[in-house]
Structures are given as C-alpha cells and as structure tokens.
Design a protein around this ligand. Structure first.
Ligand SMILES: [Zn+2]
Ligand SMILES: [Zn+2]
Length: 353
C-alpha cells in the first residue's frame, strides 16, 4: 500500500477511537449534571454553546452518548472496536421509543452489529424496530401514512417541481412503477430516467405493477423471529415495514406473495386463490355501495376488498368473507382501530375505535 493510503487509514482509525471515547466521556458528563454549572438548561445546549456543534449534531451526540452510558455491553463492544460509533448511531435511532424492548433485545442487536457493516446493519435494525413491538409498529405506520403528501408547483420558468413523501406501500408501488417504465439505456442519469418514466406513466402507458413481499410464515402469524439477520418482513425497494402493513397488503393488493421459512421459499404467488376475481370485486362493491365504515362515504372506486377472516388464517375468498373498505379505513381496520364484527344474519357491524 502507498504511504498516502496508509496515513488516511490510520487517521480514520484514529477518528473512530476518538468518536468512541467521546461517546463514553460525554455520556458520563451528561449524566453527572456538571453542564448545569455553565448556565445551560441541558447537555444539548451545552454542546451547542461550548462545543460549537450544530443543534442537529448536538442532539445526535447526546442521544448516542446516553445509550452508551446506560448499556454496558454496547459500551464494551464499542470500546473493543467490535462495533463502531456509526453502529451506535443506528442502534440509538432504532431504540428511540423502544427503550424497554431494547433492554430485552440488546444482545440480539449487538450480535448483528458486530458481524455486519453499517449499511447491512441498518436494515436489520429497522426490521427489529418493526418486529419488536406490534403496537408501536402500527403507530409508526399510521404516522407514515398520515405524512403522505405530494407538492407540485409551477416555477417561474414554467417547469413543474415535484416533491413529497409516501408511506412504505405507496412508495414501493411508485418505485416499482417507475422502474417498470424506465429504459435502461445507460446514457441518462437515474434521476432523469425516473422523470421520463413518470411522464410516460402520465401519458397512459401502463405496465401492470406487482409487488413481491418477502415475509416469513412466523412473522406473518406474529412470532418474533429467531434470527433477525435472515428474518424478512420487507417490501422491495423500501425494506422492513410493520407486519400489519404486510397483512393488509396480502388482504387485497396486486401482490405476489413470497413466504419463507428459514432460507427456504415456501410459496410464491397463489394470487388467484387469494385475490377476489373481478366479478367478485364488482359484486362486493355493488352490495356495499362503497366503504362500509359508517359516515365514511368513500365511493366504490376508492375501495380495497378486505378479507374479514384473514386469508393467512384460512379465510376464504368468497363474497361472505369480503367487504369494501376505503384505503385509510382498510389501514385502520388492520391496525385494530375499527373492529368489524359479523352478526348472525351475515351483515357486518363496524365498532368505532
Ligand atoms: Zn383487509
Ligand atoms: Zn372509509
């Protein structure tokens, strides 16, 4: 190796040692309360005023240092170099609002962190976050859905600027559609190919888009996986999502299902048996006349078809088991907010949250 590259590598190693020490020392300093003597309200303020950090960097250092200070095994592995400060940053993000679950699963996460590079570990940590706590995963999914938006503005030059944020399912569909309409000619940058694909979509060239989910049989039925690195509860191009999102997608979506047990693929597709046929769909929409949630009023064309007894528990795809729900109410039903109860006469009753 040339002298220059050795020097750079040494500096990187040195920086990592300093980062690790900083996390340890600052964690102890923040916990001691000594910062109050400098006339600030909290350790973040102290870092901004005396450490000259930006508010964002200060908040991140406080969060990561706090995690290291309160978790001995994390501190030990950071100290020995088995995990890096970047791994700690990922762990601290994943453990946010999951503090109790984290105490329980610290070893599992650290085992993964010490064997995986940061990028790979990020996916595992996201997966842990959605699988560790069903209720919190649903709450995160609800927030993600509520944040969906698309801003379109016409600029002074007459161009149209687009910016937005989509929930994981919506995002995965859009990414799949853009992929399907992209021509890989190798001359245009990816961003330009996506722009062309969006215009092609708008012009009415529609290739049917299906999404293959990757999910373990155990995860689907609510078991915590034995091995987080091989477990899957993922959407393509987006990564780990809440198990209930996958259950809802499996309920009614153009979705090629892939179930796995360990590394063995059990079942690919089975689209026909699970999805309502076009005739069944029309019959359900005509019978229900739109979303069945009282007061919703969403018309039939906005509705998903919901399986009352879930198909993964053996629920049949026949009219007695199918109901029309608009997308937001379909999400709410799968997250257990609205409860649907079938009365003896076969009609359905919606019980508010
Ligand atoms: Zn459903
Ligand atoms: Zn509705």
């Amino acid at each position: 190796m040339l002298g220059g590259s050795v020097e750079v590598l040494e500096l990187l190693a040195e920086r990592e040692r300093i980062e690790a020490q900083l996390l340890q020392k600052f964690g102890a300093f923040a916990a001691s309360g000594e910062w109050a003597a400098d006339g600030v309200h909290n350790p973040t303020r102290w870092l901004i005023h005396h450490g000259r950090l930006s508010p964002l960097d200060a908040a991140r250092l406080v969060r990561n240092a706090r995690l290291v200070h309160h978790h001995d095994r994390t501190a030990k592995l950071l100290d020995s170099g088995d995990i890096t400060s970047a791994h700690v940053d990922v762990i601290a993000r994943a453990a946010r609002h999951r503090e109790e679950c984290f105490d329980e699963h610290e070893d599992t996460l650290l085992d993964a962190a010490s064997t995986l590079p940061v990028e790979g570990f990020r996916t595992v940590a996201r997966r842990w976050r959605v699988l560790a706590d069903d209720v919190l995963a649903d709450r995160d999914a609800t927030h993600a859905f509520a944040r969906r938006r698309l801003h379109c503005s016409v600029t002074f030059r007459g161009t149209v600027r687009i910016d937005g944020e989509l929930d994981p399912h919506g995002g995965a569909l859009v990414l799949a559609a853009l992929d399907a309409h992209s021509e890989r000619d190798g001359t245009r940058p990816a961003a330009q190919r996506r722009a062309d694909a969006l215009v092609r979509l708008a012009a009415g060239e529609h290739a049917t888009v299906t999404i293959d989910v990757l999910v373990d049989a155990d995860t689907l039925t609510g078991e915590f996986p034995g091995d987080l690195t091989t477990a899957r509860c993922d959407l393509p191009r987006v990564g780990p999502v809440a198990p209930n999102t996958i259950r809802r997608l499996a309920c009614d979506a153009l979705l090629g299902r892939i179930l796995r047990s360990g590394s063995e693929i059990l079942d690919v597709g089975r689209r026909q048996r699970r999805l309502a046929t076009p005739a069944q769909r029309r019959a359900v929409l005509a019978r229900d006349g739109g979303c069945i949630i009282p007061g919703c009023g969403a018309p039939p064309e906005w509705c998903d078809i919901h399986h009352h007894d879930p198909w993964h528990h053996g629920g049949e795809t026949n009219l007695d088991n199918l109901y029309a729900l608009c997308r937001p109410d379909h999400v709410a039903v799968h997250e257990g907010k609205w409860k649907l109860q079938r009365k003896p006469d076969g009609t359905i009753q919606a019980i508010p949250p």
